[in-house]
Write a protein that binds this ligand. Structure first.
Ligand code: GTR
Length: 421
């Protein structure tokens, strides 16, 4: 799709023809010790209008993130079809409805998404949280009709035996997506296991990776796992938009850690998503690639531990992040003017909470192109336990790396502020 985009630009004469093949290899990009300015084009020109942002810089940034970091955004499916596997209208003593829906979006042999959807029975249409979960829908709710994943799952989660999920795990991670609490506040929830799209391990031809011809990871812009996951969320959005009880204008994407990286990427690449909440997303998410925090994860480290999350070209930046033609402030900027909330925990230095606040500040110029209320973002990192509810919002709590019911209260406070008509 984006190859086509480059061609179009050339035809329309908006920017010089720039085939991806023309983009310099990482070692030929200039070294820039500071985070690149979101409004400065690759050729050094600074754009100043919303129109130039939307027609030139935003598409350029999307192309750069694909080329150098997350790999190619796959073509959109022609159609996403939902088949309801079960429906319980008496969920939570009749207060809500719980469904699981099988989503198909390609040939029979392709993976399917098993989307768990829950919504309050009283008021409709309702705003909805959408996001991935780490180990299967069955971990989130002890409901015997919820399907147990049959694909590979990570070891270490409750009930997992030799990387296969079992019924033992039912409801054992209910605190991670606390459905009752979310539904009680008038929000719907839609979530699926990330491994439905692409199990979280490298070098295995499975999930969506198995549907594409293999390309060499050293040089290629093959779609990396985070991009596949983001694309999967977009497929789920396609489906949610067909549901009368969901308010399609009020979708908030949320995710924790690697799934928070995915939430930010999904929000940046899909304007149908109204609010973006990457929770403790860290390196490759809302944390800067350029940083001097000795306790925070680095690009070099993440590429070694999780080679499949990013495309092959990203590996070249491990030794010198200053050559990246963007930093994560530009990914946040792609969400403009939609509200983005970064949430973190004090002891989670690995995710670089202070660096994330700097990223938020450095994304602000894109937001300021829109007529949005000032300030777009706080001047200083807010103290612990104090929600900075600006359009570029921030929250730091005490404690460790986890997604808890208390975190969800903050997500919903923020969405109450921004997510309702
Ligand atoms: C860590 C990884 C982080 C973060 C985290 C998680 O091991 O270094 O980038 O993604 O995993 O997803 O829990």
């Amino acid at each position: 799709m984006w190859r086509y985009g480059w061609w179009l630009w050339g035809v329309l004469g908006m920017v010089p023809v720039a085939w991806p093949a023309d983009l310099p290899p990482p070692e030929r990009l200039p070294s820039r010790p500071e985070m690149p300015h979101p409004l400065e084009m690759l050729n050094g020109e600074r754009i100043t209008t919303r129109e130039a942002w939307e027609k030139q810089r935003r598409p350029e940034l999307k192309a750069l993130f694909q080329h150098y970091m997350y790999g190619e955004y796959p073509p959109r499916p022609k159609q996403v079809q939902g088949r309801v596997l079960f429906e319980d209208r008496q969920f939570l003593a009749g207060k809500a409805t719980l469904q699981e829906v099988e989503l198909t979006f390609g040939p029979e042999s392709w993976p399917k998404i098993y989307l768990l959807v829950a919504w309050p029975n009283q008021r409709q249409p309702v705003p909805c949280f959408i996001g991935l979960n780490f180990g299967g829908n069955h971990l989130l709710v002890a409901h015997e009709q919820v399907r147990i994943p049959t694909v590979w799952v990570p070891g270490g989660f409750p009930g997992v035996v030799q990387n296969r999920a079992t019924a033992e795990g039912r409801g054992k991670h209910a605190q991670v997506w606390p459905l009752e609490q979310i539904l009680a506040r008038g929000y719907a929830v839609a979530t699926f296991y990330c491994g439905d799209i692409q199990p979280d391990r490298p070098h295995v031809a499975e999930g969506m990776r198995a549907t594409m011809p293999l390309r060499p990871t050293e040089t290629g812009q093959e779609t990396a796992t985070l991009m596949w996951w983001a694309w999967g969320i977009h497929n789920a959005v396609d489906y949610l938009l067909t549901l009368p009880h969901i308010n399609g204008k009020r979708l908030a994407v949320v995710g924790h850690s690697r799934l928070g990286k995915t939430a930010l990427l999904a929000g940046a690449f899909d304007e149908r998503i109204a609010i973006i909440i990457p929770h403790q997303s860290g390196c490759g998410g809302a944390a800067p690639s350029r940083h001097n925090n000795p306790k925070a994860e680095t690009v070099s480290r993440i590429n070694i531990t999780f080679p499949h999350w990013f495309c092959g070209r990203f590996k070249s930046f491990g030794a010198d992040v200053s050559r990246l033609p963007f930093d994560q402030n530009c990914l946040v900027a792609l969400c403009a003017p939609r509200p983005v909330l970064l949430t973190n925990a004090e002891e989670d230095e690995w995710a670089n909470p202070a660096g994330q606040f700097a990223v938020l500040r450095a994304a602000a110029p894109a937001y300021e192109l829109y007529d949005v209320e000032k300030p777009v973002v706080a001047d200083q990192m807010p103290p612990v336990n104090s929600l900075s509810a600006q359009r570029l919002g921030y929250f730091l709590r005490p404690g460790k790396h986890a997604m808890t019911p208390a975190d969800w209260q903050i997500f919903m406070d923020y969405c109450d502020r921004w997510g309702r008509p």
